[in-house]
Design a protein around this ligand. Structure first.
Ligand code: KG4
Ligand code: ZN
Length: 329
């Protein structure tokens, strides 16, 4: 069975073709560069880029997989959450294709798709329940997953998403965009406690806006003193990354212990972070059954969307209503 996945919720236009859970192609064109000078994603620019690129991405994904549209059995598309105009492009494209090739389409939740990423290219049965951790530019949350259609939120950010704060701090510090990979590269463990930043925690909820403000105040303070050089910025962002990521890890461990769930499944753009991956793997050696999205499927991509659609289809979600509407953040 071949599934075509379509993802357009933010700044990545992506199409993938899967044979069951095996990824045959996963082609993404990002409009990242066009947003760079604004230091964040501009919805109108992202939407126009999807319109411009979606045909090309579909064409390339067929070529790479060696599978033409007429062989596709199912179309899976992200319909929520995301930027409204951006979602509408992918969703309407999927609906039109579904009518044109006379195949069903299923609409999937982008956050749930991030949790499917670790199971791509894997044959083993997915064991429930598990704790799902999604850390991305738009969302940071922890979930109890009894199945992919039985997902309950346990905790989430009360303000900014984790990746969003990486991006905002890097922007304020003049380091570039997107901030996540830049801070990841600059991070040095030896600077972890040079500045004692703290993130907010309320039960399983987190708050990142306080730490963001603290970093901006530090910048102003040091600029006044004339000491805001590259080395100091590296020490500051290292202490920031340490505090932010250790908060997330502490919440995951807390949830695991309180709910007595051994498996933890992680996805989302920030999961590409070297330090976070290393720390999660350390916890694995202490007894967590850990499933972590491979780097190539941690950021936004259509393969995870196709994988989740295929899974739900086989659970009985046969065809979405043609009237299905996009739902923004
Ligand atoms: O999942 P994603 O591609 O898009 C959303 O659904 O939001 O996540 C993008 C976010 C951006 O904020 C980016 O800075 C962050 O993921 N990110 C990282 C790393 N790579 C991407 N954050 C920390 N370390 C990284 N290596
Ligand atoms: Zn995402």
């Amino acid at each position: 069975m071949y599934t075509l996945g379509i993802e357009t919720s933010c700044d990545e236009t992506s199409c993938a073709i899967l044979e069951k859970r095996k990824v045959l192609s996963n082609i993404t064109i990002s409009s990242l560069k066009e947003h760079k000078k604004y230091g964040g994603v501009v919805p109108e620019i992202a939407t126009r880029a999807h319109l411009k690129n979606i045909d090309k991405v579909l064409e390339l994904s067929q070529r790479k997989a060696g599978i033409l549209l007429k062989k596709i059995d199912l179309i899976s598309v992200t319909y929520k959450p995301g930027l409204f105009g951006a979602l509408v492009v992918g969703l309407n494209f999927a609906k039109a294709l579904s009518l044109a090739i006379n195949r069903p389409f299923v609409g999937v939740n982008h956050l749930h798709a991030h949790l499917f990423a670790p199971f791509l290219n894997q044959k083993r049965r997915i064991k429930f329940p598990f704790l799902g951790l999604v850390v991305s530019g738009g969302h940071t949350g922890i979930y109890r997953v009894d199945d992919f259609d039985k997902i309950k939120i346990l905790g989430q950010t009360r303000d900014d998403a984790c990746g969003e704060v990486f991006d905002k701090v890097a922007k304020a510090y003049g380091l570039g965009y997107p901030g996540g990979p830049i801070i990841d590269r600059l991070f040095k463990l030896k600077y972890k406690n040079d500045f004692r930043f703290k993130c907010g925690r309320i039960g399983f909820d987190f708050s990142f806006s306080g730490i963001k403000t603290a970093l901006i105040y530090k910048k102003m303070e040091m600029e006044k003193k004339g000491t805001f050089g590259l080395k100091v910025r590296q020490r500051l962002v290292s202490s920031f990354q340490y505090a932010a990521l250790e908060t997330i890890i502490a919440i995951v461990l807390d949830a695991k212990n309180k709910l007595k769930i051994k498996s933890v499944v992680c996805g989302g753009g920030v999961i590409a972070n070297e330090y976070l991956r290393k720390r999660l793997k350390e916890e694995k050696s202490k007894g967590i059954d850990l499933f972590i999205a491979p780097k190539e499927y941690s950021g936004d991509n259509a393969a995870m969307v196709a994988g989740l659609g295929f899974y739900l289809y086989n659970k009985g979600y046969q065809n979405s209503n043609i009237g299905l509407k996009a739902e923004a953040n």
